[in-house]
Design a protein. Structure first.
Length: 111
């Protein structure tokens, strides 16, 4: 995930828009963090105890790196590529990620 995120950030964001992409990545990370902190502190979300501690790193990677990279790519290209094809592609990729998460959650028996 880290390799795909870094390569995607470099390949899909033009050099002239890298500052805007990095800023949008950091803003999205801050937004996720401010939404997760109250949810965990009030017990709305809970992270189960894992037998394998490295297995829990995937959630941190997805929430705090991969989704912000996808958002920064979207944000940089949102105004320049406003075609129907570009919007369909962004929504298709996002729905595929969510679909995989739902399918994996269903088979892990973690409630």
């Amino acid at each position: 995930m880290w390799v795909f995120g870094i390569i995607g950030f470099i390949l899909f964001i033009p050099r002239s828009d890298r500052r805007k992409g990095l800023l949008s990545l950091l803003v999205f990370q801050a937004f996720i963090w401010t939404c997760d902190m109250p949810a965990f502190s009030y017990g709305w979300l809970s992270a189960p105890v894992r037998i394998f501690p490295k297995a829990s790193d995937l959630t941190i990677t997805i929430n705090y790196f991969f989704y912000p990279v996808l958002f920064s790519i979207y944000y940089v290209h949102k105004r320049t590529k406003n075609s129907l094809w570009a919007r369909f592609l962004y929504y298709f990729v996002g729905s595929r990620v969510s679909l995989y998460m739902i399918l994996f959650w269903k088979d892990t028996l973690i409630y």
